[in-house]
Structures are given as C-alpha cells and as structure tokens.
Write a protein that binds this ligand. Structure first.
Ligand code: ZN
Length: 443
C-alpha cells in the first residue's frame, strides 16, 4: 500500500492543488456555463464525455430545472459604488437568483441579504434552486455597517430553458465488474466541498488510465442531487451493475478520514475502505449510512441500493469553514489531496486483487515444509506470510474472498494476497470461476 503522506502520489499534490486554484473562481451551479467550463477543463486531463439533458426532462420524481447563467451582479450605493460585487466573489450571489434590476431602500433590500452573525467575517453560500428568489450574501460585519440609503440592485442572470450538464469518464475493464466514482460539480467558489472531490477523482482517472486494471471504472462529475438522479434515471440498468462505488467530497482539508458506509454497510467497498484505513494507520472515523449528505443517498435509495460509500476528511456540515468563503484554496492542502488519491488508489488495488479461491488439498493441512513454503526451523515464531498461507488454505472453500480472509485474520491484504500467489504457484489453490467480490461474503 502507498505510504502515508501520498507515497508514490506525493509529487502530484502541487499539481492537484493548482487545479483546485484554477477552478476556484468559476461560478458553478446545478446547471449553466460554470459547470461546462469546469468539465471542459477536466476534459484536458481525462477522456470525458459531456452530456446535456434538456430542462423539463422528467427524471424519476424530479424535473430537470431551467438553466441558470449569471454575467454580473451588484448592489450599488447612491454614490454609484459597488458595495457588494459578484465579480469579487461568486458566493456574493444566491445561486439560482432570478434576474432583478431595481432601486430600493435598505429596509426593502435587507430581507434579500444573507450573513453569518456567528462568523461575521465570512460570506455564506446560499442557493434557491427550486423556489424563485433572489439574494446576496456578505460578511455580517459589512451588513451591519450598511448605511440607510437607496441602493441600486442588479442581478444580470438568466433562468431559462436550457440543459443540465454532466461529465462521464469510462475506463473499460475485463472483469465484468464496474466501479463507480462520483463527485459533485455544482458549488461555486468552494474548495474542500466540491473541488477536492473533483480533483481527486480526475487524478484517479488519470492514474487508472496508465495503470493495468481488471475492473471498469466510471467517473461521474454531476451536479449534486439532480445530477445523480438524472444519471440514474438515464442509466438504470447500467447503474444496477455497479459492483463497488465511492462518492468523494470534502477530502482535501487537514483532518483525518471519515468514511460513511454504503446502505448495505458490509459491501466489499465498505470492507476494503475500512481495511485500508486501518492497515495504513491513517487517522479515521467510521460512520454508518444515513439518508442525508451527498449523492450516496441517491445511489443508496431503496430502488437501487448500490454499494456506494462516501469518503471524506472533515464531515460535511460539521466544520466551521463548510459552505462559507473560508472554504478557500488555503483550506485544502497539496499533501492531503495526494494522500487522498493514494488512499483511494489503495482501496481500488485491494478490490482489483480480491478473489475467491478453492483449496485443492482440503483434507488436513498440506505439508508446506516439503514444498519449501514453511519455516525450516521448528519452534521459531511463525512468520506473517506463513500464517497467511494457513488462513488462505483454511478459508478457501469458495465462500471467503481474500479480503474476507485478511479481515478475519487481521493481516494486511497484501500479505494474504502474496500467500495466495505462493499457494497458486504450488498448485495448492485454484481460483473459483465466479467473479469475485460482487456479492460479498456468504457466511
Ligand atoms: Zn455542499
């Protein structure tokens, strides 16, 4: 497994962080040119198909909304000075604001202004996707100092029939199993919450393009909720074939990892993530599935029940920078992005090499010493690899995968895998025919 701190991926950290920085100013939302611009940039790193779904399209119980685009927005005082300026920060405008152009006194403007009294220097992130409204966000300190005045308000935006845009990158495999990696691309200038997941997913796809892999990998860059629902609705059958999946978000900050399990709770992806976090001694918190959060709740809706967990560092909604202007490029770190990439790559490495085998000599232990597989000096402490061979031989009755065995034996997956390779070479083990991993342990 890759060493802590990013290992072989550590050198990619600065490049990953540069991409976060580059995408930071783009005003993304659940539809519109900000998403297109973001996906166009990612398309320079990985083979990305861009899908456009017309507004008004029914997707299960939802309807693809009108497309929102914004050119400029401001609040000017009576001297004509921009006191709130969208050009300075995309968070200043409530996402999906309807267009407005008016002159109003402070008292009438006030209900349209959003701030955080407890974090008076930060701009909050607000949206109004499904109810027509307009508004501005600003630091509470600034709001309190706005003098009574007549203000000119302009939101030069359009909300009209158009499209919902999402990106999809498929890397074909040969095992018949497909791995889904999903991240949201709908937040404007926020880094940990959306860009960290976007960048880790992009570099993961770039890595897997070069690395040999048996499984197919499907990367989705979708607007949160509506995008995942749209993809699921257009790919119902394909989605159901997902063998393993991860939602990546909030994964570049300084905290240890947080893993929220899939709805199933004990799918191979859940076991593999927990295994890697524990055996690489990474600080981590494990959480059960909840029907709230990011798109794991769509993939884990009862009609799909896909084995898709959510890997984060800080837990969404529970850190002070969440959904504020403090979630900026300095809040995520190059080393943490690279370490997240290394961690997910290790998880996929486990899933790639997992499998079920059959012991070809099941009646009592085979004599390993005769084959040079067992310590020559009797009585000395058993080596990990030898112990792993005994476990693999004992549990390889076709029901236990190598990952199940590693977990039960409390041994690193790599050791168990190496033991299986040795036993295979000595004709003591044979692979089972069924594709491994997809159905989980049968015990
Ligand atoms: Zn968010």
């Amino acid at each position: 497994m890759a060493a802590r701190g990013g290992g072989a991926f550590a050198s990619l950290g600065p490049e990953m962080h540069d991409l976060v920085r580059e995408l930071y100013p783009v005003c993304r939302s659940i539809t519109g040119d900000g998403v297109r611009q973001t996906l166009a940039r990612l398309g320079r790193e990985i083979p990305l198909s861009i899908h456009e779904v017309p507004s008004g399209t029914q997707v299960f119980d939802w309807i693809v909304p009108p497309e929102w685009n914004i050119r400029d927005a401001w609040v000017k005082n009576s001297r004509g000075e921009r006191v709130i300026d969208f050009r300075r920060h995309s968070l200043h405008v409530v996402s999906y604001s309807v267009p407005v152009r008016t002159r109003i006194p402070l008292a009438q403007l006030r209900p349209h202004l959003h701030s955080l009294p407890d974090q008076p220097d930060l701009i909050p992130y607000r949206t109004s996707y499904y109810q027509p409204a307009w508004g501005f966000c600003l630091p509470h300190r600034q709001l309190e100092q706005l003098p009574d005045d007549e203000y000119e308000v302009c939101i030069d935006a359009s909300l009209a029939p158009g499209h919902l845009t999402y990106g999809e990158c498929l890397l074909e495999g040969s095992s018949g199993q497909e791995v889904l990696v999903s991240c949201h691309v709908c937040h404007p200038s926020l880094c940990d919450d959306n860009l960290s997941g976007v960048v880790v997913a992009t570099f993961l796809a770039r890595h897997l393009q070069q690395a040999p892999h048996r499984h197919a990998y499907r990367f989705l860059f979708v607007p949160g909720t509506i995008g995942a629902i749209t993809w699921l609705s257009r790919n119902e059958e394909r989605a159901r074939a997902t063998a393993h999946g991860l939602v990546l978000t909030c994964i570049g900050d300084r905290a240890g990892f947080t893993y929220k399990a899939s709805r199933r709770g004990d799918a191979p992806i859940d076991v593999a993530v927990r295994h890697v976090l524990r055996h690489t001694q990474r600080e981590h918190t494990l959480l059960p599935f909840t029907p709230y959060g990011y798109d794991e709740r769509q993939y884990g809706s009862p009609g799909f029940d896909l084995p898709v967990g959510c890997l984060m560092r800080s837990h969404y909604g529970q850190f002070p920078q969440y959904h504020t202007s403090a979630d900026d490029p300095d809040f995520v770190e190059a080393g943490q992005l690279a370490d997240a990439l290394a961690t997910v790559a290790s998880v996929f490495d486990v899933l790639e090499n997992d499998g079920r085998y059959r012991n070809l000599n099941p009646n009592c232990e085979p004599q390993l010493g005769r084959r040079g597989l067992y310590g020559a000096i009797g009585g000395s402490r058993i080596e990990q690899l030898e112990l792993a061979m005994l476990w693999v031989l004992n549990l390889s009755d076709g029901r236990w995968s190598l990952l199940d065995i590693a977990e039960r034996a409390s041994l690193p997956f790599q050791t168990v895998q190496a033991a299986a390779q040795l036993l295979l070479r000595h004709d003591l083990l044979a692979p089972c025919d069924a594709a491994p991993g997809a159905s989980g342990p049968q015990h």
